[in-house]
Design a protein around this ligand. Structure first.
Ligand code: NAP
Length: 239
C-alpha cells in the first residue's frame, strides 16, 4: 500500500487531496490543527489517519512524528493568507504570522520528514500563482509564496543526488475558506476537487512545476513579462 502525508488536510485543497488519495487506496496521514474537522475527516475512510499539530511548533511536530512510517509522497500544503491593508503602518506581526505559517512551517516539516521519504519518493510544496507577479496587498502572502517557490527549486537540485524528487505547485484561485474572505473578483476559480485532480495529475506525471488552470497561468505569466511601470499602472487600478 502506498503512503502519502498531506498537511493542511482539515480544509480546502488539502482535504480534497486526502479524499482523493484515500479513495485511491493510499494510506493517508492527514495533518491539520482543528481536531473536530480532523475527526470528521477520519470518519470518511479507514485509510485516513488524522494528526493534529501546529506546524510552526517544531518540538510538537517532532513529537507527533516519531511513529510515522516511510512515505512515497509528502504534500506540504498548509498555509494561510493575510493582506497588508495599511502599508504605511506596516504590520510586522502580520508579516511574521504569514511567514511562520507558510514558510517556517515548511522548513520545520522538511527538517523532520525528508528522512521519511522512500528512495525515488517525492515532496510537493504548495506555493501559489501569486508568486508570479507583485499583487496589491500581498506583500506578506506573495513574499511567502515566492520564498516557497525558490526553496522548492533549490531543494530540487540538492535532493536529486539523494533520489528525492521535488514538485512545486502554483494554483490559481480555488474556492476554499482561505479565498472566501476575498472581496475582489477571482477569475477562473476552481472547486477543491478540480484543484486536487490537477495536482494529482501533475504529481503522477512527475512534473517539477504544477501550474493550473492553464489559461489563468498564461495570463499571469504574460502580465509578469510586461515592463514593471506598466504593470504598476494596471495593479493600481485593483486597489
Ligand atoms: N485557495 C486558493 O485559491 C489558493 C491558491 C493558491 C495557493 N493556495 C495555497 O493552498 C494551500 C491550502 O489553502 P486552502 O485554500 O485550501 O486554505 P484553507 O481551506 O484555509 O486550508 C488551510 C489549511 O492549512 C492548515 N494550517 C494553516 N496554518 C497551519 C499551521 N500553523 N499548522 C498546521 N496547519 C495549518 C489549516 O489547518 P486548520 O484549519 O486545522 O488550522 C487548513 O487545514 C495554502 O498553502 C494556500 O496558500 C490556495
Amino acid at each position: 500500500m502506498k503512503t502519502v502525508l498531506i498537511t493542511g488536510a482539515s480544509s480546502g485543497i488539502g482535504k480534497a487531496l486526502v479524499q482523493y488519495y484515500a479513495n485511491d487506496n493510499y494510506q493517508v496521514f492527514a495533518f491539520g490543527r482543528d481536531t473536530a474537522r480532523l475527526e470528521q475527516l477520519k470518519q470518511l475512510n479507514t485509510n485516513i489517519t488524522a494528526v493534529s499539530c501546529d506546524l510552526t511548533d517544531l518540538s510538537q511536530l517532532q513529537q507527533v512524528s516519531t511513529t510515522l512510517p516511510m512515505f512515497d509522497l509528502i504534500i506540504l500544503n498548509a498555509g494561510n493568507c493575510e493582506y497588508i491593508d495599511d502599508p504605511v503602518n506596516f504590520d510586522a506581526a502580520l508579516f511574521q504570522r504569514v511567514m511562520a505559517a507558510n514558510v517556517q512551517s515548511v522548513a520545520n516539516c522538511l527538517s523532520v520528514w525528508l528522512k521519511k521519504i522512500k528512495p525515488y519518493g517525492r515532496v510537493a510544496i504548495n506555493s501559489s500563482s501569486a508568486q508570479f507577479l507583485p499583487l496589491p496587498r500581498a506583500e506578506a502572502y506573495g513574499a511567502s509564496k515566492a520564498a516557497l517557490t525558490y526553496l522548492a527549486r533549490t531543494l530540487r537540485i540538492d535532493l536529486q543526488p539523494h533520489n528525492i524528487f521535488v514538485s512545486v505547485i502554483h494554483p490559481g484561485f480555488v474556492a476554499t475558506p482561505l479565498t472566501a474572505k476575498n472581496t475582489f473578483a477571482m477569475p477562473s476559480i476552481l472547486t477543491t476537487e478540480q484543484a486536487a485532480l490537477a495536482i494529482v495529475k501533475g504529481l503522477n506525471k512527475g512534473k517539477d512545476e504544477i501550474n493550473f488552470p492553464p489559461v489563468f497561468i498564461a495570463i499571469m505569466k504574460f502580465l509578469a513579462f510586461l515592463p514593471r511601470p506598466l504593470w504598476r499602472k494596471l495593479a493600481l487600478r485593483m486597489l
